[in-house]
Design a protein around this ligand. Sequence first.
Ligand code: F6R
Length: 607
Amino acid sequence: MCGIVGYIGQNQAAPILIEGLKKLEYRGYDSSGIAVQNHGLCVIKTKGRLADLEQKVNEVGGVEGSVGIGHTRWATHGAPSDLNSHPHSSMNGRISVVHNGIIENYLPLKAELEEKGYHFVSDTDTEVIAQLFDAYYNGDMVDTLIQVIGKIRGSYALGILCSEKPDEMIAVRKDSPMLVGLSEEGNFIASDIPALLEYTKDYYLLNDNEIVVLKKDSIKILDLQKNEIQKEVYHVTWDLSAAEKGGYDYFMMKEIMEQPKSFQATISPRIVDGEIHLDDIKYTDEDIQKIHRIHMVACGSAWHAAIVGKYVIEDYARIPVEVDLASEFRYRNPILDKDDICIVISQSGETADTLAALREAKRQGIRILSIVNVVGSSIARESDDVLYTWAGPEIAVATTKGYSTQVALMYLIALKFAQARGKLSDGQVHALVEEIQNIPAKIEQLLALQDELKALADANANAKDVFVIGRGIDYAVALESSLKLKEISYIHSEAYAAGELKHGTISLIEEGTLVIAIATQDALYEKLLSNVKEVKARGAYVLALAKEGNTEIEKVADKVIYIPQIHDKFTASLDVIPMQIFSYYTAVARGCDVDMPRNLAKSVTVE
Ligand code: F6R
């Protein structure tokens, strides 16, 4: 979503802010701006891309000053416009604020301020913070911020400048990510690591309502009682090249191609001599035996990974698994037993609904195991146990390697839990682990189908509606495939459990409708063939996915893509690859911005 960068140091702030914001472009945005201390606060902001902001900065001959805040906005309150862009300022120009999140009670606060004579120029909730800060300002930024925090309700990561304190910048967060970077040449705030990487790899993570006071050569972190807090310095273990395109046209293709490596990186530290060791979590065999039910919560593709997990865990470990959309779980008053556990899945570790679902499960006293890609993210920090997916930074809005590595951990959890509960023998687990270890090589084989998939995508790029069907785990992959296609190509697409089509949706199939049939479950192959015949009889054009050797399907489908032979339970890891590539080339053929689809953001930190 929105991005924040702040800098205070020896160098010119404006170029650092703009470069930092460029590294956050992937999060999705519609406008941007900066405020720099320059004998008063100089604010430049605009609707549009960062190139538009750069142009505006150049038009005024650049902005001198070594203290500044910058922002990329993803509109929530008020349409994208110059006035609604951040930074927002107090009426007198004394205060400038950048904000990620949503202030829920901004309307009554705005009314109070208007009564006091404050005029507002934007439709945003953030402008209220700037004006409120100004109204309370007593010469001390921290005291003032504490008062502001006492009044506002909602989620926020804030960077604040005051023209009367040209050598100081303050920041705070609640339910929205914020990092503090430290370097010899100055200090930083940022909503995500890539913004800092060019300057530093050392950073602090802020907890909710910790206030940071930055000067050019010092950083102080305080609680709401103004007690100083000592923090551990984190060190980023990957470098800038991991967050760059590396010769690919889009991050999405780079990330698709990285999947063998990220799958391997996620499983290999956890497999020793054919045994699964989830040493990063504190579950004993007795803990696993006691589990009564697993609740999985997640959003979007992570929810699709959870559905794969349900099939695999229930089948192998025989533990009932309920999968909930996090946005539903948090409000449906779920029934949780003390011996239940909650598995929370999130690439970013910052998704607002998923974090809220985690908190609901925690409030009801059950143990939280999270599967997260971003080290030190909010979900990771609030969980009892964390299994990291070692996918590396994922920049494209549409997840690929994030999803694949989540699915990889589903397999390891299923087998580990099954073994601990005596549902699989050591020998069975060894054989299945070997299958999992062969997956990266099989993904490589599928990545080589680029040309064939591009041709298919080009031929079908004008499709109006696409239906993706499958049964069992193939249905879980159909959900993910359909989302991938629609989110980046804007073609309407729906996933259906193949057996469910004739209960309504089949009426939408007409001459030439594209149906993608995922037919990679040996146990359900015949059934799926019947479903393909049903749609063919209504004129559908069928593109099928099947396992090598299962050629029967060629008699009914128009085109078949084969995946290497693999155990039914692990097909998701292979099926998804051609579907990602097909979606990618469809979006390219339609001239879409693959990495930043319209209206979407990488990490959804608002409800
Ligand atoms: C789709 C996609 C989203 C995310 C969802 C959850 O390609 O990326 O559906 O999966 O927003 O995000 P995380 O995993 O960060 O919680």
